[in-house]
Design a protein around this ligand. Structure first.
Ligand SMILES: [Cu+2]
Length: 306
């Protein structure tokens, strides 16, 4: 787990402890409906936050992220509910389970940038639980908690939350994006001052009417290439070749990853995909389309490395 995930989880842990402490203080002054409301509000937003976080972090393993998020969500619900009553406990566990599951599914389906925004929103809502304590009407008729606990003053909470989001969360989110420039330099802006980008070469192969646009590609040993597959057909195609290579594109999706000596680049209908690698050995290497029947109908070519 990276810094960003640990930061969010640590924040939620501190927040849970804070809500627990305040709950203990406040339970004599608020009625049972409000107790359940707070339990539900907090476990719902916490469950969604961890769910989206795990769903996006462990994409491809929805079972694992769901179990983990449900577990954390229901434990949080249990802890908060235990301060109040059995009904609150049930409410907390059920809400935590459901929101953990929904969050994990959502996180699985969206990309990393989108997940960061959603985590921010639900983290903010989780923290807003503190405001609830401050504004809920009291049994004794007073509108605001007459508490010695300074943290309950809405203004202080507001300042704290603003500082937290501008400072901590923004910093943690940047950690996620730090690893991106490498791939962007290679792909989006090939002619920048970046040395790797200048040295790399784009090779584009189109697929039209079940044929590769070029069937012989000449590369140089040690020079990085961006192999681009532009699929113009209404069926999917790929390029697969076993070629000794060095590959540092760790961020590519799993199905495009060049592992060991295998390059596999897959493009859905009307889609363009790319992969970066550096051939490390001279020779002639055959590439094919692995979709059943395509190699047989002529989707074969060779890469010559000089
Ligand atoms: Cu094909």
């Amino acid at each position: 787990m990276a810094f960003y995930q640990i930061f969010i989880l640590a924040s939620l842990t501190v927040l849970t402890i804070l809500v627990l402490l305040i709950s203990r203080n406040a339970k004599k002054q608020i009625n049972s409906m409000q107790c359940m409301m707070i339990t539900m509000f907090f476990s719902m937003n916490t469950g969604l936050t961890v769910g989206i976080l795990f769903g996006a972090s462990f994409q491809g393993d929805l079972f694992f992220s769901t179990i983990l998020a449900c577990l954390i969500g229901s434990v949080v619900g249990l802890l908060i509910g235990m301060n109040y009553s059995l009904l609150s406990v049930l409410e907390g566990i059920m809400t935590g389970l459901m929101s953990g599951m929904m969050g994990a599914m959502l996180g699985e389906m969206i990309n990393e940038d989108q997940s960061i925004y959603l985590v921010r929103i639900f983290l903010f809502l989780s923290i807003s639980t503190l405001f609830l304590f401050a504004i809920l009407p009291r049994k004794n008729g007073k509108e605001y908690l007459q508490s010695r606990v300074a943290i309950l003053k809405p203004l202080l909470i507001g300042i704290f939350i603003t500082a937290y989001f501008l400072g901590g969360v923004t910093f943690a989110e940047k950690q996620v994006k730090i690893k991106e420039p490498l791939i962007h330099n290679n792909h989006s802006q090939p002619k920048t001052e970046d040395k790797q980008a200048i040295d790399s070469r784009d090779i584009t192969i189109q697929t039209i009417n079940m044929k590769y646009s070029s069937t012989e590609i000449v590369l140089e040993k040690g020079q990085q290439v961006n192999l681009i597959l532009s699929n113009q057909d209404n069926v999917e195609h790929d390029i697969e070749v076993i070629i000794p290579n060095f590959n540092d594109d760790s961020q590519l999706e799993h199905k495009h990853r060049a592992q060991d000596n295998l390059i596999h680049l897959h493009a859905k209908p009307k889609e363009t995909q790319r992969i970066g690698f550096t051939p490390t050995m001279t020779g002639s290497f055959e590439f094919i389309c692995t979709v059943p029947g395509h190699k047989e109908s002529g989707m074969v070519g060779k890469i010559v490395v000089k």
